[in-house]
Design a binder for this molecule. Sequence first.
Ligand code: FES
Ligand SMILES: [Fe+2]
Length: 355
Amino acid sequence: MNIFDINPNISRAHTLSSKFYTDERYFHQSKEKIFARSWQFIGTTEEIGNLKPFTILEDFLDEPILFSKDSTDNLHCLTNVCTHRGNILVENDCLQDGIRCRYHGRRFALDGKFLSMPEFADVKDFPSKKDDLTKIPFGVWQKFLFASINPSATFEIFTAEMRHRIAWFDFDKLSLVSARGYEVKAHWALYCENYLEGFHIPFVHQALNETIDFGSYTTETFRFSSLQTGISKTDEDAFDLPEGAPDFGKNIAAYYFFMFPNLMFNFYPWGLSVNIVKPVNSEQTKVSFLTFICDETRRTKGAGADLHKVELEDEAIVENVQKGVKSRFYESGRYSPKREQGTHHFHRLIAEFMD
Ligand code: FES
Ligand SMILES: [Fe+2]
């Protein structure tokens, strides 16, 4: 039986098999099949001076890349590996008018083009295209930077619905005030699929449940992303939506955007929390929370008031589920068609990428 056969009809479908979480082979395959083919969050454009090295998903994909900005302010994303014998080219942020490998002195232009190499005068068929630094696909959305090793679809396709829905938001006002890391003893997909349903809110998050109206909580699914919308209870904090915004007239407490397979963009009236889910092994995950604030005075109000508390409640339940999916007596379950569309959509995408 193919475990990646999830019925498109949610009322008939069974959830993803527990084997996906417990069999190491799937964890290993997910690197190339899921993560290398999707878009990963890198940071903000404000961080890019002239040369800036990054590692795509450190300790997992571990792909060394390099952002460079040339004299005309054009951004390039390149492999950070020298085409000679594989040295890492740039180890720290720096200001240079070119890239020079410190191992044997090979030089490249800021767009990755090979320039020169000592002691290579007698080398035949040299230089060739292969001596240039490979360009890595990258995407920019407002002030956020993304890169992908081998994208299964363009950045525009991955982000279209999200960008349109929140286009009215004043991103320029956002500033990064904190970065916090959590370690969760669970498979990365269990962490994501918990995020993808508000079904558990009344059971797991009592305080959050006081601020949002569970009855009108909605989930919409798109090609590679989904959106959950929390409507606030009448006297709780909500967005001041401008006329012309797609949700104008609604009392929205939070937008929870998920971008497959591991990125969460949670918008609140006070700002944005970006959560990046980083697999460590099949039973361990790191989650980074980046907090961007636009209105400090609303920080302690509404659905985004105490994200740390909500996170600990989520972690406790997800770590329990991690133990449960390893049981010999559990294989898979069913979905609530009304409350688990996001989780079903996520499992369908996992199945599509893994097949
Ligand atoms: S590895 Fe870069 S010049 Fe030799
Ligand atoms: Fe939760």
